[in-house]
Design a protein around this ligand. Sequence first.
Ligand code: ADP
Length: 490
Amino acid sequence: FLNGSRRLHLLNKNAYINGQWVSAGSKAVFPVINPADDKVITEVPDMEAADAKAAVDAASSAFKTWKDTTAKERSYILRKWYDMCAKNTDHLAQIITAESGKPLAESKGEIVYGNSFLEWFADTARHINGEVIPSPWPNKTIMLTRQPLGVVSVITPWNFPFAMITRKVGALMAAGCTCVIKPAEDTPLTALAAAQLAEEAGVPKGVINVVTSSRKNAPAIGKVLCEDPNVGCISFTGSTHVGKILYGMASKGIKRVSLELGGNAPFIVFPSADIEHAAEHAMLAKFRNNGQACVGANRFLIHKDVFDTFVQAFKKRIAKGCIMGPGTKEGVTCGPLINTEQAKKVTGLVDDALSKGAKALIGGKPAVEIGSKFYESTILTDVKPEMKIYAEEIFGPVAVCHKFETEQEVVAIANSTRSGLGSYVFTKDLGQAFRMSRQLDFGMVAINDGILSAAEPAFGGIKESGIGREGSKHGVEEYTDIKYTLFSAL
Ligand code: ADP
C-alpha cells in the first residue's frame, strides 16, 4: 500500500522462474521496507542457492531456442516490452518510489531513462553484424560472427532499480542471451514488476528469471550465479567491494564479466565557466536521487577565484530547490536515504569531518523530524585529507567543496583515486576542455554538463570503477563472443 490507502499495481510477492511465479511456500520471506515511513510494503521469497540453480537451469534451457530466434523477432519483443513499460509508467514509478524513496517525478524520469535502453536495444538487435576479412591465403575466406554468451547473471543495485535492469537485460536479450536477475534486497519489487510486463509483452519463459533474496542469502546465490558452468557472463552494478568478490568467483570459470562499480566523480569549475550554469548543473550532478548515484559528483573542485561565488550560488539553489519529504508528496525533490546503514554512513562521515574542523555552509545533520532515514542537503568546506569524507564515495546529499589554483594541480587531485567513472568540467576555454578530456583518468567526462547518462553513449568506468560498457552499440558486444570461421578447400 502507498500512503496507507492507494493500492500498488504490478505489485508481486512471488519470484519468477521459468515463467512461473514462485511463492516462498514453507520457506523464508523477507520484508521490503518503504524508507520514507519505515513501513513494510510486502514480503517476498528469501531464495537460496538451490533456487538460483533452478533459475540458471531454466535460463540455460531457454537459451537453446532464444539464441536461434531472428534478430527481427528479438527486436520485436523488446519493442513490445518497451511499449508495456511506457504504458505502465505511473504504476512502475509508484513502485520505485515506494521501495526506493525517490520522488515520484524522479521515478517517472527513471522509467523514461530505463525504458530508452529497451527501445535502443530493440534497434541495435538488428545491427549485430559480422565481418568478412580478406584472407592472407589464396582461395580462403575469413568470417567473423558474433555469438551470444549464454546465460547472463544480472546482479543489480537499489539506486536505479528499473534502469540498471533494462540496460543489461535489453542488451543481453538483443544479443540472444537469457538471464537470471538478482535484484537488490531493498528494491526487488521493481524487478518483479518489470518481469511481469516482460511476460505480458511475450518474452518466452526462462529468458528472464528473477530470484529475490535478502542480504543474508546474497553470497550463496551470488556463488551459484558466478560459478555454475551454464553461466556465460556476470553483469553486475554495485559497490567495488562486492564487484571484487564476484570477479574473483567468475575467474574460476574464466567467465566474462561486465562490472559497473563505485565512482568518485570530480566536479571541476574553472574561472572562465558560467558560474550560474555550473551551480545549476551541480544540483543535477549532486542531488539527483539524493546523492545516491555512482556518477554523482563526489568532490567539488573549484578554482580559488570563483570559489566564493560558486559556493554561494550553489547554496542558494540548495536552499530553494532541495525540499525533503516522502517521494509521494507533491513538490518534494529529496527523499530519504535508502536504508539505515546508508543513513548511518552519511551521518558518520559528516560528523567526523565537522569534529575535525570542516564547516557546514548549509545542512550538516539528519532530519529526524521527517523520518529516520532523511538527511539535510549539505555543503561542507574546509575538508582536509585526514577526514574520512575526503576520500570516500559519500552516496548521500553532501557536497564537499575544495579550492584549487592551477589546472595541473586539479588534474592531479581529480586523478588521485582508484575510481574512474564519471567526471564533470566547467570551462569556456576550448583548449582547456580538450586537455581535460585527455588528461582526466575517467571513463566519462562531461564538459559543462551535470548529467551524462543515456542509451546512446557508452557508460562505464576505468580503474576500480569497472570493466565493460553499457548502452551504445558496445553494450550489446559485452554479451557476445567473436567466432572466427575459416572457409578453405571448398
Ligand atoms: P550497494 O552498496 O549499492 O548496496 P552492493 O554492492 O552492496 O551495493 O549491492 C549490489 C548488489 O549486490 C545487491 O543486489 C546485493 O544484494 C548484491 N550482493 C551483495 N553481496 C553479494 C554477494 N556476495 N554475492 C552476490 N551478490 C551480492
